[in-house]
Design a protein around this ligand. Structure first.
Ligand code: ATP
Ligand code: MG
Length: 368
């Protein structure tokens, strides 16, 4: 998979941009606040149909402009393809196109341009809340399995409806009538999510362990343990069994949910724990160990994608080198020598001789 060109009109601080990419390493260099991350955000948006920085697409439109237009040409699935997204400042819904054909939803996008993004926040994903770790798994699975993306979208809608019922039932008791139906469907769709997540995390552990072994010179052993709803005894079991166990959990928590007005049962609280030599990274990991483990997980994500689809996703590395010491920088740089990489950086000296450098200054790009 190779990104060939990108064109931006009124996206973030880019009034107009046309860029040709190198098939290998593209170093995006520039001072702070010039538009480096904005460029990766544009690529990521074309890949996933959403921004990794904001849920409000209005923020992506250049101040004062009425719409933003992003498009790219790429080689993927053995042929040349194009992607385009148009975002409006008004309430008009965004438009997504594959090969000039308007898509009904972002669900059609994954697979055309696949990306693995790595930003400074990811270095801390193991120390922060469960939401970041769930997002890591969900984002990867949504790109790999369209049926997972559909199930996740359905689960989120069900969750939002149930959360509203639980919040408002004190004032409007009749809202509780459809609750059993929501619970039933949430357990069905929840079982699908759990089944996918368990398999993905098993593979993630196997791959990440290999990277971490190289990283630590074989001195630390990495394990990744999936944590889901407590009644689920085996997340690899038949989905019917998981479904039943999710219903059991709902029943024992039904009273507490009504009392607290919160949705307490289901895989929306899932997490995973990464451990080194049996010690949880979240609780005990040093800064270096935490970052190294996070990098191993990201590299594993790329490896799984490649193994599964035969395509190597474009790696988007936002400002990660500056947070790492020289040894870890070297490790990352060695790992990125294959496939296509867009890497942002304030000081270009570490990457001389690799691919192409693009200087960004106030939303304008020059090849250097
Ligand atoms: P750093 O090295 O600090 O990470 P960067 O080059 O990655 O910097 P970006 O995050 O890409 O910087 O942002 C560059 C600039 O884009 C910011 O100064 C911001 O004010 C501007 N910007 C963000 N959104 C918009 C928008 N909708 N319209 C115009 N400018 C915007
Ligand atoms: Mg930045």
């Amino acid at each position: 998979m190779k990104l060939q060109t990108i064109e931006l009109f009124d996206f973030r601080n880019y009034e107009q941009l046309h860029l040709d990419f190198h098939p290998g390493v593209n170093l995006i260099v520039g001072e702070n606040a010039q538009g480096k991350t904005n460029l990766l955000e544009a690529v990521s948006f074309l890949s996933t149909g959403r921004s990794f920085r904001t849920a409000r697409s209005q923020e992506l439109i250049r101040f004062g402009a009425e719409f933003a237009d992003l498009s790219c040409r790429l080689f993927s699935g053995g042929r040349e393809q194009t992607l385009r997204a148009v975002l409006f400042a008004s309430r008009r819904p965004r438009q997504l196109y594959i090969g000039g054909v308007k898509q009904r939803s972002a669900a059609e996008l994954p697979g055309v341009l696949s990306t693995v993004l790595f930003c400074p926040d990811d270095l801390l994903v193991l120390k922060s809340g469960a939401a970041g770790r769930r997002k890591l798994v969900d984002t990867a699975l949504c790109q790999l399995r369209p049926s997972y993306a559909q199930a996740l979208a359905e689960y989120q809608k069900l969750y939002e409806s149930k959360a509203r019922i639980l919040k408002d039932h004190f004032d409007i008791p009749s809202l509780l009538e459809p609750l059993p139906e929501f619970n039933f469907r949430m357990a069905q769709v929840g079982a699908v999510l759990i089944s996918y997540r368990a398999r993905y995390l098993r593979e993630l552990e196997a791959q990440a362990r290999m990277f971490h072994d190289t990283f630590s010179g074989g001195s630390e052993h990495l394990t990744v343990v999936y944590q889901t709803v407590s009644t689920v005894t085996d997340p690899f079991a038949d989905k019917k069994q998981i479904f039943q166990q999710l219903l059991d959990h709902q029943q024992t928590h039904a009273h507490a949910e009504l009392e607290s007005g919160q949705c307490l049962s289901g895989p929306h609280k899932d997490d995973f724990d990464a451990a080194l030599d049996g010690l949880s990274v979240k609780a005990y990991g040093s800064q270096g160990q935490t970052r190294t483990t996070a990098i191993s997980l990201k590299l594993a994500e790329r490896a799984i994608f490649q193994k599964d689809t035969g395509e190597e996703p474009v790696l988007l590395l936002d400002d990660v080198l500056s947070e790492l010491d020289a040894k870890r920088q070297d490790f990352v740089l060695n790992q990125i020598r294959t496939g296509q990489v867009l890497i942002t950086c304030c000081e270009p000296d570490r990457l001389t001789g690799l691919g192409k450098s693009i200087l960004i200054r106030s939303g304008r790009a020059t090849e250097v």
